[in-house]
Write a protein that binds this ligand. Structure first.
Ligand code: FPP
Ligand code: MG
Length: 440
């Protein structure tokens, strides 16, 4: 495994301990802390650092960093271009997809067809979430608890249980998309007609409910209450994030904290909590569990920031959904919030959710004229570096396979960033069925 240069590596270890900010507090490791406790947690973190910890409130606002501030944090991620993370777990991924298809068979054919809609070949997306979970499962050692015998059967059973997390997570994700498309009156998803358009709102909602119900049964069958609680928290957060988005006050629409909190609830929480569940099932130490959570949290935040950039830079053909969708829906994402610092006339537009004639076009123009897109990419890179740092902070790998899967986790951070970099990368990865929007 490529090791980062020593100063950067120790810097990375420090960064793992840094919080990801949510409104009025932060996600520190795996815990949501109010602001005053973050100061205490920061004060107790590692001191062997290249860059001293900044305890000012600014350190809790990474989006306030300039590109120069963030520049020191790059090169932690892998530069391995040949490794294909998806190919590494392709067999597992097929098993997971087939099991999901089996779970959603129901005596009511219309429900089976509807629930199966986004698991069919060609519209299953790139399955980023199960891929990340399966890679993390393989990147960690098999811990044999006292009283258990280290055997192939033990390892196989653990693998089966960790695959279950991948299955349940993907089912929750697709259920949330079915409901989201009803709320958003979406017409397309993953390049095909949204289910609400094809089968109507009622069937789409019930199909989402059915997926959640089946996912809950599969989850409960693991007989691990901590893991049940983690995945239930994901559902709670998805709903919370969606409601935050629907009910934002004009003032909160201008707040980067509000945007970051919503992004955590809607996107990063699922990555973070399901990765935590994989590590817990594996019987790992609290530190390893926290690193697994941190990887998911930061990758999830970066993934969404890049998605928000692509809404401005990509075509609807590549996204599999309409471009400029966020502005049209009245949403001010990171590129717009940054642009408003340079073009204050954006502020009233954000508050009125771009409702007036010409608002969307003018906002688009200002975003492209401003540093908004670049600053959002920089922030995504910052989160990717934190995700990479979490992988570097894992206990030493014990096999070639573990090394390889860790490199693949690093490679994923590169791929997320490559998506943001330019349209060429998007086109290239599209050919490899790696379209960011295509996974939504
Ligand atoms: C996509 O958002 C939607 C989500 C990430 C989550 C939606 C959550 C709910 C509808 C709450 C219900 C949850 C469950 C589990 C049933 P988007 O509209 O910003 O993205 P898009 O462009 O991909 O539609
Ligand atoms: Mg939507």
């Amino acid at each position: 495994m490529r090791k980062a240069a020593r100063p950067i590596f120790s810097q990375a270890l420090q960064l793992v301990s840094r919080p990801s900010v949510v409104s009025g507090g932060a996600i520190w490791g795996n815990t949501h802390l109010p602001l005053h406790q973050i100061q205490i947690a920061a004060a107790h973190s590692t001191t062997d650092v290249h860059r001293p910890l900044d305890h000012s409130s600014r350190s809790l606002r990474p989006w306030k960093y300039s590109s120069r501030d963030i520049a020191g944090y790059h090169n932690l991620a892998s530069q391995e271009k040949d490794l294909d993370p998806f190919a590494l777990v392709a067999d597992d991924l097929d098993v997971v997809t087939q099991r999901i298809r089996d779970y959603v068979i129901n005596e009511v054919p219309i429900l089976s067809n509807a629930a199966d809609y986004f698991f069919r070949a060609g519209v299953e997306g790139k399955r980023l979430r199960p891929t990340v979970l399966l890679l993390m499962a393989s990147a960690l050692s098999v811990v044999v608890p006292p009283g258990e015998v280290a055997s192939a059967a033990f390892a196989d059973n653990l693998r089966l249980r960790q695959q279950r997390i991948a299955e349940v997570t993907e089912m929750i994700h697709v259920a949330s998309l079915l409901h989201d498309d009803v709320i958003d009156k979406a017409t397309t998803r993953r390049g095909v007609g949204a289910l609400n358009m094809v089968m109507g709102n009622k069937v789409a909602i019930l199909a989402g409910d059915f997926l959640l119900a089946r996912a809950s049964i599969r989850l409960a069958n693991l007989h691990n209450t901590e893991v049940v609680e983690l995945l239930s928290t994901v559902i709670d957060h998805l709903v919370k994030g969606e409601v935050m988005q629907l009910t934002s006050s004009p003032e909160s629409l201008l707040s980067f904290e509000h945007y970051t909190e919503k992004t955590f609830y809607k996107t990063a929480s699922l990555f973070a909590h399901s990765l935590k569940a994989v590590a817990i099932l594996g019987g790992h130490s609290a530190e390893t569990v926290a690193h697994s959570y941190a990887y998911g949290n930061h990758l999830g935040l970066a993934f969404q920031l890049v998605d928000d950039v692509l809404d401005f830079t990509s075509s609807s053909g590549l996204l599999g959904k309409p471009a400029l969708n966020d502005l049209q829906s009245g949403l001010a994402t990171a590129p717009v919030l940054y642009a408003a610092e340079e073009f204050p006339a954006l502020v009233p537009m954000i508050k009125r959710k771009f409702k007036n004639d010409g608002d969307v076009q003018q906002a688009e123009l200002w975003v492209h004229k401003s540093q908004g897109i670049q600053r959002t990419r920089d922030l995504a890179r910052y989160h990717c570096e934190l995700a990479a740092a979490s992988v570097h902070a894992l206990p030493p790998a014990e096999s070639e396979r573990q090394e390889e899967c860790r490199r693949a986790l690093l490679q994923l951070t590169d791929k997320v960033l490559a998506e943001a970099r330019d349209g060429v990368a998007v086109a290239m990865y599209a050919a490899q069925a790696f379209i960011m929007g295509g996974d939504s």
